[in-house]
Unconditional design. Structure first.
Lengths: 377, 455, 181
């Protein structure tokens, strides 16, 4: 780090020494092993630097020595909170490379699982965000709903968290007998539970004081910082990959995209709550229109895509996650690059937190909704 | 032996006096001033310390039930032996003292905190007649003064930990506690105007004589008191200095084992004490119409047998304290927490002015209601043994003015003042400073970037 | 595209009264109190989202595991003959992303009427559960229904060498202490 010139001069009443505070990798609120180096003046943040890499596992390098089918489980471990949508990104990319047509039934089931995962991921975000700001009860309530979704996943896919849900060409298993009943029961209790969260938080004056006006990011700056996902939409930009570059079965469904007005933490909170409701709508439409047919396309045993490269991205709960695959004709990719939404969204932390107090930094990390598995890969 | 102890505990001190002194008549001193008070102190300490341990258990259970889970269930039936397990663990833990810490002060700080929290228990009116250990006539002042000493323990703990962040945490905690203590002190003066005495038992007896709980006359005072009590004891929503997500560590970070348990005991004892003051001043103390103190609106009277009456009053007092403590826990697990500057703003810009306004307005209503011989106008009170007791109409008058006029008036006044005063505060200066610094840094980096580009 | 609504800065009289009476705070309190009350009188049914208490008391109550759950691996035996179904084709070891399977085999002469075939016979099968990520690729690659990930999830051992499972352990399954009411 270069030498910063000291704050000289007496322009304001408050010129004083600055303190460097290390919000270390082991911290209850950094959502993983994130190290944030804060430069404070009293309690106000004047500069912020993120030190990442504590969870780097070399996934992109591992991918160069594994076959295409073997890489799929590694994608679960990127954004381990929303594992199923990561899988959708990768298998979509490989299917694009192989030019395979996935059967309609598989596409619809993929959408159902991905939207359920979106609800689960937003519930976890809500719980941890509220926990950081002090409302502990919301965490436990949100995890109860998330547990229901994970039980549905366990019965369908076989695992809860890092569920290796999708295969290249479709799904491995078809639905189990009570799948539709279980999902519909869950969707019936969900609106009541969302109302509970809103009762505890939406109009609560303490919550409003902690989130309104905190971390305001104007739309243009959000675009300049490559922010994607609910953070971008909270700032008022109408961009959702599901509508901008539709993939899978999304063109068949009718849903809205919530946009915020002011770009502060409260707007991002409202955006994500609304997204949960819209995701529930999509799941219902998908279940209503579920076609019959196979769930797996005809895929060769050994996957050797033609020479070429492809970029495929989807709207993950955290933002736009993308895969860039370069194939050289063999069964192992030449290069696999992951576009991690959390890593790119983390850039906006500095812009959002300068001028705020130390206690707000915790709220801002929460509102960006980062997962260190994705940041570090 | 048990029989003797039981009778000693449940029978009036006359028996004790007679037992100890039936051979040597002039030795009343020992019975009245040594044996009986020591007995009372031991009982109160035993009960309160056990209660503190079980308050931790209650908090875990209450928070669990509110959060759709079960809480401690494994240690003993329904987890009831959990405090025993916790206590044993804390006693057996390694006692860590930081390397360069000031050992004497490090050991002294938790002792100061816990002693100041426990000494106060002597003047609290746990029940009628002999259930108070020391019925001094400045009880309330004594409580406020002694519990303020606890702040010293906090600051010493932060200092002796030899950690920059513990010191900062301690300073913030103590600043918060001191600020809310002012609000605490101001909010109770309204009720004192009616009670006309600082003696804690005297305040309860005043409510007994007025046949009313002062919360009905002083809703604003009660509200300000409860909020200030939450801020004083560092409970949610004012627990930022203690919260895990806070960067700056709390003052008790470097403490482990039994020393930390002492701080914990001090915090929960302070909770019990503030709840006890609220119950005494506003919620009628140990009175419950029909059971203790007064009759149930004329139907059935209080218990006549004095011993039974005192025991019942202790039970009633305990129940009321538990209700208030349940409310504290309820607030903690429902609401988010305030940021530190918002917390201080609430204390200084809302609680203290509200307390002052409450005093002024209560004084005005009181003086207006006095009999004309004393200089009043409405004559809604009559003199009874040196105090002024409101008549039936007087009670209604105080209730209406307290709820319908005082509260909205004060709220409107403060809201307007605080909204206007935002123009005068220093927030803009701070933002200006940050912007200037950013511009200066950008300008400094630009020629360097040009140099790097040129190379 | 719908816009989310932030609380309006309008000051109607109703809003003012609501703010004065701390209604927003009391609504939250009412919700948590309802949960507290329900927890006291409702019967316990862990795992049921409609109950007030959601806890399943494991290990006193048995854990709820689904049929397709991917837990500990197992080598299945032929139910009729009792011999292993494994044909030592090594496909599972090739499919595994983390290289946790080692298959050892020998070629043995088998008389099939007149012809003499050299068939591969399984000798050793080592599965390292500490490396396994339970992704199911090995079970999907197995041509016979031999390798399967079962519902057993309590895999804790006292020493790291206990994670390397040999053929016998894989066929029998892991023994662990059961806590039951």
């Amino acid at each position: 780090m270069q030498e910063q010139p000291a704050a000289s001069g007496r322009e304001t009443l408050f010129d004083s020494e600055e303190m460097v505070l290390n919000m270390g990798p082991q911290h209850p609120s950094t959502h993983g092993v994130l190290r944030v180096i804060l430069r404070l003046d009293g309690e106000t943040v004047v500069d912020l630097d993120c030190d990442v890499g504590y969870l780097h596992r070399g996934v992109e390098k591992i991918a160069e020595s594994d076959t295409y089918a073997m890489i799929t489980p590694y994608w679960d471990r990127l954004d381990y909170v929303a594992a199923v949508s990561n899988d959708l990104c990768y298998v979509g990319g490989v299917e694009k490379l192989l030019q395979i047509e996935v059967p309609k039934r598989a596409e619809y089931l993929r959408v159902v699982l991905t939207e359920l995962q979106r609800i689960a991921s937003h519930l976890l975000w809500l719980g941890t965000h509220a926990l950081d700001i002090g409302a502990v009860t919301v965490l436990l309530y949100a995890f109860r709903e998330r547990e229901e979704i994970l039980k549905i996943f366990e019965d369908f896919i076989g695992a809860r968290l890092t569920a290796h849900a999708f295969r290249i060409g479709g799904l491995w298993w078809d639905v189990y007998p009570e799948f539709e009943t279980r999902v519909r029961d869950f969707l019936k209790i969900l609106p009541g539970r969302i109302e509970e969260y809103e009762t505890l938080l939406n109009a609560n004056r303490i919550w409003l004081q902690r989130t309104v006006g905190i971390g305001v990011l104007p739309a243009e700056e959000a675009i300049n910082l490559s922010l994607t996902g609910p953070g971008l939409r909270g700032s008022g930009v109408k961009y959702d990959v599901r509508k901008a570059q539709p993939y899978s079965a999304y063109p068949d469904f009718d849903f809205e995209i919530p946009i915020g007005e002011n770009g502060d933490t409260y707007d991002r909170y409202l955006c994500r709550m609304e997204e949960i409701k819209q995701a529930a709508l999509i799941v219902e439409q998908a279940l209503d229109g579920l076609p019959e047919g196979p769930v797996m396309a005809k895929v060769p045993k050994v996957i050797k895509p033609p020479v070429g490269e492809v970029y495929h991205s989807i709207e993950a709960p955290k933002g736009e996650i993308g895969v860039y695959l370069v194939s050289d004709g063999t069964s192992k990719p030449y290069r696999m690059r992951i576009r991690p939404p959390s890593y790119i969204n983390l850039q906006s932390l500095k812009r959002m937190s300068i001028g705020h107090l130390v206690a707000d930094v915790v709220a801002l990390i929460g509102t960006l909704d980062i997962v260190l598995g994705e940041v570090d890969r | 032996m048990q029989g003797i102890l039981a009778t000693l505990m449940f029978v009036a001190p006359d028996w004790v006096r007679n037992t100890v002194t039936h051979e040597r008549p002039p030795n009343v001193f020992w019975a009245d001033y040594v044996v009986w008070p020591v007995l009372q102190i031991l009982i109160v300490l035993f009960i309160v310390l056990t209660l503190v341990a079980y308050l931790v258990y209650l908090e875990r259970k209450v928070s669990a039930f509110m959060q759709a889970r079960l809480g401690p269930m494994r240690v003993g039936p329904w987890g009831l032996l959990q405090p025993a397990a916790d206590g044993l663990k804390l006693l057996l833990k390694e006692d860590i003292i930081p390397l360069k810490a000031d050992r004497v002060v490090f050991a002294l700080a938790p002792i100061i905190s816990v002693v100041s929290a426990l000494v106060v228990l002597a003047v609290i009116p746990w029940g009628a007649a002999w259930a108070t250990i020391a019925n001094i006539n400045i009880g309330l002042l004594f409580i406020l003064a002694v519990s303020s000493v606890g702040v010293l323990g906090l600051v010493l703990a932060g200092w002796a930990s030899n950690s920059k962040y513990s010191l900062l945490g301690a300073l913030r905690s103590s600043a918060q506690m001191v600020s809310y203590e002012i609000g605490l002190g101001l909010s109770i003066i309204g009720a004192l105007m009616f009670a006309r005495t600082l003696s804690m038992s005297g305040i309860v007896e005043a409510q007994q004589a007025d046949h009313i709980w002062y919360v009905f006359f002083q809703p604003l005072g009660f509200l300000v008191y409860v909020i200030s009590a939450l801020g004083e004891t560092n409970r949610a929503p004012f627990d930022l200095p203690e919260a895990e997500s806070e960067l700056v560590a709390g003052y008790h970070t470097e403490y482990s084992g039994f020393r930390w348990a002492l701080f914990f005991m001090a915090e929960y004892s302070a909770m019990i004490v503030t709840a006890a003051i609220a119950v005494t001043l506003f919620l009628g103390g140990w009175m419950l119409p029909g059971v203790t103190g007064t009759s149930f609106f004329g139907w059935f009277g209080p218990i006549q047998n004095p011993t039974l009456h005192t025991i019942a009053s202790v039970v009633v007092f305990g129940l009321k304290i538990m209700l208030l403590i349940y409310a504290y826990m309820w607030f903690r697990w429902t609401w988010p927490r305030y940021r530190y500057d918002q917390l201080m703003e609430l204390g200084w810009k809302w609680m203290i002015p509200a307390g002052l306004a409450n005093i002024v307005l209560t004084g005005i209503w009181y003086v207006l209601a006095m009999p004309p011989s004393r200089g009043g106008v409405f004559n809604l009170m009559r003199e009874v043994g040196g105090r002024l007791v409101p008549t039936g109409k007087g009670a209604l008058y105080f209730f209406v003015t307290g709820t319908a006029i005082t509260v909205p008036l004060v709220w409107l006044l403060l809201a307007n003042i605080n909204r206007r005063s935002r123009d005068f505060n220093l927030h803009d200066q701070r933002q200006l400073q940050i912007n200037l610094r950013r511009e200066r840094l950008e300008k400094a980096l630009q020629p360097q970037a040009a140099d790097n580009g040129a190379q | 595209m719908s816009a989310v609504r932030t609380p309006a800065a309008k000051r109607t009289v109703g809003q003012l009264i609501k703010r004065l009476l701390l209604l927003d705070l009391f609504k939250g309190l009412a919700l948590t109190f309802k949960y507290n009350a329900r927890a006291l009188y409702e019967p316990r049914d862990g795992g049921n989202p409609n109950q007030a208490i959601y806890t399943e008391q494991y290990p006193l109550e048995a854990a709820r595991v689904s049929e397709r759950f991917r837990g500990a691996p197992r080598l299945n035996l032929d139910p009729d003959t009792g011999t292993t179904l494994c044909i030592a084709c090594d496909l599972c070891a090739l499919a595994c992303p983390v290289d946790c399977i080692e298959v050892g085999s020998i070629r043995r002469e088998v008389r099939d009427g007149e012809k003499v075939n050299k068939k591969k016979v399984l000798t050793t099968f080592i599965f390292d559960t500490s490396r396994c990520m339970f992704c199911n690729l090995c079970a999907e690659a197995c041509p016979t229904d031999c390798l399967e990930l079962t519902q057993s999830f309590e895999l804790a051992v006292y020493h790291r060498s206990g994670f390397r499972w040999d053929r016998e352990m894989l066929e029998k399954g892991i023994n662990y202490v059961r806590y039951a009411k």
